[in-house]
Design a protein around this ligand. Structure first.
Ligand SMILES: [Zn+2]
Length: 258
């Protein structure tokens, strides 16, 4: 534990300035956005530009949409994987809008109808993100599987060649395995080896290097509260300036402790 804390602190010292320089770039911040039950997306949020990745890579359906940059990185990653001889991975689910997520979540809650509504909500939320709290609504997440597990979204996916390849290489293309087995107490989500999240190469590599999930990464930088990412163009410039000032102050305070 002590070692790990030291590692985080040292990394913050060494990478602090670099990460700060990169993170205030609105572009990078967008891809790093933390989305969970405590940090939901607006109800009607939809990424502006999306591409249908099913046209380019093996998929279980004819339309699977992703935010454009995330989607292009995914296609590039799958092409490299195929060149390495792993050809049986398929995209299963990408962008899901708020109402689709509502349907999925309500179905999961109904499975626990014998419990109090609070408990049913809690249990369901560990398996299916409540509407607004799903990374799929951002267009930055993609579920994948392999013929070795009949394209199921199953924890058995971790035993496939595709997963082994992803563990070694996904971060090089900006993707993280978002809900690892040993961090369920932090993410609040069951182990999902099939769920990949795009955060950009810079941050994905650091997260893998430090062994941090997105919640921990944000916490380490102490920036989640200062970096409110706006999705509306009108408020973007003003908000960016405010964020930049607040963020700089936060990071200065954080680094001055050591
Ligand atoms: Zn998923």
């Amino acid at each position: 534990m002590y070692k790990r804390i030291c590692l985080i602190f040292l990394s913050a010292l060494f990478f602090g300035n670099v990460i700060y320089a990169r993170i205030v770039n609105q572009d990078e911040a967008y891809y790093l956005r933390l989305i969970n039950q405590n940090n939901p997306l607006p109800d009607n949020y939809e990424p502006e530009n999306m591409i249908n990745i099913a046209l380019y890579v093996r998929s279980t359906r004819s339309e699977i949409w992703m935010e454009e940059r995330a989607g292009r990185s995914f296609i590039e990653m799958v092409n490299s994987m195929v060149l390495d001889g792993v050809e049986d991975m398929a995209a299963v689910s990408g962008f899901r809008d708020f109402s689709h997520q509502t349907t999925l979540f309500n179905r999961q809650v109904a499975r626990h109808s014998y419990l109090s509504s609070e408990e049913a909500f809690r249990r369901a939320a560990m398996v299916v993100a409540p509407p607004g709290a799903s990374e799929h609504q951002s267009g930055l997440a993609i579920d994948v599987s392999s013929s070795q597990v009949s394209f199921a979204l199953s924890q058995r996916f971790e035993n496939t060649d595709a997963f082994t390849w992803l563990l070694e290489n996904a971060h090089k293309y900006g993707f993280i395995i978002r809900y690892p087995r040993d961090k369920t107490y932090i993410t609040g989500i069951v182990y999902e080896p099939w769920h990949l999240r795009y955060v950009g190469v810079f941050h994905a590599e650091r997260m893998v290097e430090l062994g941090l999930v997105l919640e921990e990464y944000w916490e380490t930088l102490e920036i989640s509260s200062t970096l409110a990412i706006t999705t509306t163009i009108e408020s973007e410039n003003r908000a960016e300036e405010e964020n930049r000032d607040g963020l700089a102050e936060r990071i200065r305070r954080f680094l001055s402790r050591f």
